[in-house]
Design a protein around this ligand. Structure first.
Ligand code: GLC
Length: 512
């Protein structure tokens, strides 16, 4: 068993976790100061979002130097100290690898803009002449994931028509050309740089995006296009050439025992998705099906079965996630308020009972809802309010920074966070934090969490119950509107108190 195969990995959105220097933005020393909390919570590993040199247009997913720390977050010394302290406490550390694009501030891109069409500097990116009269139209009709054309024009030195460069995200994130050997060599250098420092894994950003079809054909299905939307048959993504990239990443990591890669693979087709986790490619890919399932027993069960079958088909272990820094938080997705909270707690017990590994997102363990930010507070370049799930962590009851910062938090923290602080929840045995702590402790220590398959039981309408195949652990979910009797067994944990011995609506239980 390798460390990641059943790990609970906690995503730290570095900007929003803990601020040690009062500038309103989280940083590496802040994280180090809160490792005791993560140890108490019981997670096995942390995934740190990008903390590299960046103009922060996409909050660090626009990397200007992938082998240095941005001064906003600290320096290499503070990174090493964080890594050493995490290891001392028995936690592994996964870092982001942003290989699809760089920042326009990367020295390569600056050099490319200053160089002539056809130069080796331009060949690291996708520069093309435009279409139409004077090349005034973009080279193809691709759209950026965040909206608008996926191409930006760079005029020639004398103002004459120049070339266009491709960016699947903002215009400040030019896509690298992965047919260029220098791009491969530099990525390998970056992996080795962090692996040599002791990093335990890499989260591969836009893992389905690096390779592009040679002819860059128009997207013929554009009428179905939505910002941040993903669908299959999209020429921008899942080009077969991308698998060579992942084989390269794997080959480099195979020189470092105990290191892994987990991909962000937004590919809907199950077979196409599974190709990314074949034995010589990425170790893991995020399983997002539960995140997209509504709170209905049949839908959740179908998502579980499909996920298990997809990963098993290529011999990879499944992974599960209910949240990350790009999507509305679970409490809000499930309807918000008390019902949303109850459902998110129930789903926490569902995912934590499943085989494979679980990726949590900071604040999920506090039951934080999304925050409705005023228009002028929104900072996300997608303009689609991914900021609602990125509001900083409330540590204690002291407004306005709630222990996150002594300054002004980069996104305003709402009053309702005052009730949901770590300090308040640690003392309350009924809190969502206490539920997660207990669940993680049982998952780590109870013999019931064994077997890589699940067996389904008969259950009342709107409910389900499954058993881990090699043990006696049963997880029951009631997504109906009436209380139901529990399956036989001793109750280990419930997401809310039972009512007259029955499982209330919007609740889950573990039994053995
Ligand atoms: C991934 C990240 C997202 C970022 C995008 C571009 O989807 O999770 O936050 O905006 O890649 O790097």
């Amino acid at each position: 068993m390798r460390w990641w195969q059943e790990a609970v990995v906690y995503e730290v959105y570095v900007r929003s976790f803990a601020d040690s220097d009062g500038d309103g933005v989280g940083d590496l020393n802040g994280i180090r100061g809160r490792l005791g909390y993560l140890e108490l919570l019981g997670v096995d590993a942390l995934w740190l979002t990008p903390f590299y040199r960046s103009p922060m247009v996409d909050h660090g997913y626009d990397v200007a130097d992938p082998r240095d720390v941005d001064p906003l977050f600290g320096d290499l010394e503070s990174f090493d100290a964080l890594l050493a302290e995490a290891h001392r406490r028995g936690m592994q550390v996964v870092v982001d690898l942003v290989g699809n694009h760089t920042s326009t501030e990367h020295e390569w891109f600056r050099g490319a803009v200053e160089s002539a069409p056809g130069s080796p500097e331009r060949a690291r990116y996708h520069f093309r002449p435009g279409r139409g009269r004077n090349g005034a139209e973009p080279p193809n009709n691709w759209r950026s994931v965040f909206g608008g054309p996926a191409w930006t024009h760079v005029p020639g030195p004398g103002g004459e028509p120049g070339e266009w460069y491709m960016h699947l995200f903002t215009a400040d994130q030019p896509d690298l050309d992965w047919t260029n050997p220098e791009v491969w060599a530099d990525t390998e250098k970056t992996i080795r740089f962090w692996a040599d420092r002791g990093v335990d894994g890499f989260r591969i950003d836009v893992a389905h995006g690096m390779a592009k079809p040679e002819t860059l054909p128009d997207d013929l299905r554009q009428p179905g296009w939505t910002p941040l939307g993903h669908r299959d048959n999209d020429p921008r993504f899942d080009d077969p050439g991308v698998h060579d990239v992942h084989r390269m990443i794997r080959a480099v990591l195979d020189h470092y025992p105990g290191r892994m890669a987990v991909g962000e693979v937004l590919v809907g087709d199950d077979e196409a998705f599974a190709r990314y986790v074949r034995p010589d490619e990425l170790h893991q890919a995020f399983g997002f099906r539960l995140l997209h399932a509504p709170f209905e027993a049949d839908a959740v069960r179908a998502a579980i079965d499909r996920t298990l079958a997809t990963f098993a088909g290529v011999g990879a272990e499944p992974t599960w996630t209910l949240a990350n820094h790009d999507v509305p938080r679970a409490v809000t997705r499930y309807g918000g308020g008390d019902v949303g909270t109850a459902r998110a707690r129930a789903m926490a017990l569902v995912v934590l009972a499943l085989p494979g590994s679980v990726y949590l997102y900071q604040g999920e363990e506090l039951g934080l809802p999304d925050v409705e930010l005023a228009e002028e507070a929104v900072q996300d370049p997608s303009g689609r309010g991914r900021d609602g799930c990125r509001v900083p962590m409330p540590w204690d009851a002291e407004p306005p920074g709630y222990g996150f910062t002594t300054g002004a938090a980069w996104l305003p923290m709402p009053q309702e966070y005052g009730r949901l602080t770590v300090a308040a929840q640690l003392e309350d045995v009924g809190s969502t934090l206490s539920l997660y702590r207990r669940a993680l402790e049982l998952r780590a220590n109870h013999p019931g969490f064994a077997g890589d398959a699940v067996e389904w039981y008969g259950a009342p309408p709107g409910c389900f119950a499954f058993r881990r195949s090699a043990s006696t652990l049963v997880c029951a979910l009631n997504a109906s509107s009436v209380p139901v009797p529990l399956p036989p067994g001793d109750v280990l944990l419930t997401s809310v108190p039972l009512v007259d011995g029955e499982l209330p609506p919007n609740a889950a239980a573990w039994l053995t």
